[in-house]
Ligand binder design. Structure first.
Ligand code: SF4
Length: 457
């Protein structure tokens, strides 16, 4: 089946004008909360510099740090498993469940398990995996994927959630009060927690020095799951390491502020060894990360701590929604990670950007996101079949820009054409850009003409 381009998928999303505006405003509100929170601490930029340098160190010493982590985790009594790809990761989880005769599984939010398609894999084997993060549970009921890495159900309104809950957990028809719905979800999930004999979590930070790891949630669902179940399976991308426990303070302060504007996530849970009588497993997953590390221009993308700030600020993401990216990690960072997995399938993603650089400005670990997007464009243009009309347009533009006389003439013609063309045509369906935008007044002269008159001595 042919994959939709970003533009085609975005066209579906923006059909609903009101929802598009609401989505845009909601995420911009999260961005503003992030700004307030970041501006509240004077050492913000120092924290970003420190985090960025720490992650640079991690990426240049990844092999030895992973070995150090494994040695310490094993010494703590944690069973460590390695997975080269999603298939191996899923097989490890399945084997652990089988060996421990697990029947009921609860899972807290983990982008890695989404990336590996773990839920579908286990469902095919007859397991019912219950996602316990509220947003994740909502989209699990709706049989949808997360549309955002921190706010997985951000594309849904409370009325949509009311309908989903009415159908799946029997809330009153038409009820959409968030308090009522949250309480209903709490009661529903409480039973699942009590029945579970295995809990699956992601990992926010693995600490090489101690062999322990940290899981951050706002709902306490990871803690509830892991403390009640006898088996804890933690799934961690190999890039999630930090060298020392003392590095944690920097990352925890940056993560929460960048993600939601909170000073700290409600629960930052530290796991170091299995509780007496229980088992703790950690699966270290590569799944294309080593390959990305080998791409000099793109390896910095592995510094990502999955805060979602680049999505909340991106004018394209906010207006086109997470599903238009058709990949587990959407938005600016997803548009760097996905082409590395499948260049052809994701070839339109790096073009879904204005290259305004806002993503790089907010990134807590200072990834040069917009520069990498620009770089991918060059790689894609050289290695894939770019749309013929786009190729022709770029050729004509390149030729025009290369000939000053032609460029001046084209500018003059465009200014005259815009002056005499009636608004009914400028803002017609022929010009999709005019749908939500007014063109500025046409200047009477070009910048070059203005400069020659006013500045050139
Ligand atoms: S790239 Fe930066 S801003 Fe985007 S999710 Fe990752 S850490 Fe956050």
């Amino acid at each position: 089946m042919k994959t939709q381009s970003h533009a085609q998928a975005a066209a579906e999303f923006i059909k609903d004008d009101a929802r598009t505006h609401w989505h845009d405003e909601t995420l911009w509100h999260v961005r503003q909360k992030r700004d307030l929170s970041a501006q509240g601490i004077p050492e913000w930029e120092t924290l970003r510099d420190t985090a960025s340098a720490t992650k640079d160190y991690v990426l240049s010493h990844l092999g030895e740090l992973l070995e150090q982590f494994e040695t310490n985790a094993l010494a703590n009594g944690i069973e460590v498993l390695w997975a080269k790809d999603a298939q191996e990761h899923n097989e490890h989880v399945y084997r652990i469940l089988q060996e421990n005769k697990v029947s009921n599984i609860v899972k807290s939010k983990s982008i890695l398990t989404e990336e590996c398609g773990l839920n579908h894999y286990l469902e095919d084997k007859g397991y019912d995996v219950v996602d316990t993060d509220l947003g994740e549970r909502i989209i699990q009921f709706a049989k949808q994927a997360p549309s955002h890495i921190v706010l997985p159900a951000i594309h849904l309104k409370k009325q949509d959630i009311g309908e989903i809950f009415h159908e799946h957990i029997g809330t009153e028809k038409g009820a959409s009060d968030p308090k009522y719905l949250t309480e209903a979800a709490r009661q529903h999930l409480r039973k699942k927690f009590v029945e579970a004999n295995a809990a699956i979590t992601g990992v926010n930070f693995g600490i090489a020095e101690t062999g322990g790891f940290v899981v951050c949630t706002n709902e306490g669902n990871a803690d509830m799951g892991t403390h009640l179940a006898d088996i804890h399976i933690a799934c961690m991308g190999i890039e999630k390491l930090i060298p020392r426990a003392t590095d944690l303070g920097v990352f925890l302060r940056l993560l929460a502020r960048s993600a939601t504007g909170q000073s700290i996530t409600n629960y930052s849970s530290h796991f170091h060894k299995p509780a007496p009588g229980k088992k703790l497993y950690i699966i270290l997953v590569d799944n294309g990360r080593t390959e990305q590390l080998g791409r000099e221009d793109f390896k910095n993308s592995l510094k990502c701590i999955r805060c979602g700030a680049c999505m909340n600020t991106c004018p394209i993401y906010r207006r086109s929604g997470g599903y238009s990216y058709n990949s587990t990690v959407p938005g600016p960072i997803g548009s760097i990670l996905s082409p590395g997995k499948d260049l052809k399938k994701y070839s339109t993603l790096p073009f879904a950007s204005t290259l305004c650089g806002s993503c790089s400005d907010v990134c807590p670990v200072k990834i040069n996101i917009h520069e990498q997007l620009y770089k991918w464009r060059q790689v894609i243009t050289e290695n894939t079949d770019v749309d013929a009309s786009k190729k022709l347009a770029m050729k004509v533009a390149g030729y025009t820009f290369g000939k000053p006389v032609l460029y001046d003439l084209a500018g003059k013609m465009a200014r005259t054409a815009l002056k005499i063309t009636p608004d009914s045509l400028v803002y017609s369906s022929l010009n999709v850009w005019g749908k939500h935008r007014d063109l500025p007044d046409v200047p009477k002269e070009s910048f070059k003409e203005w400069y020659q008159k006013n500045r050139k001595s």
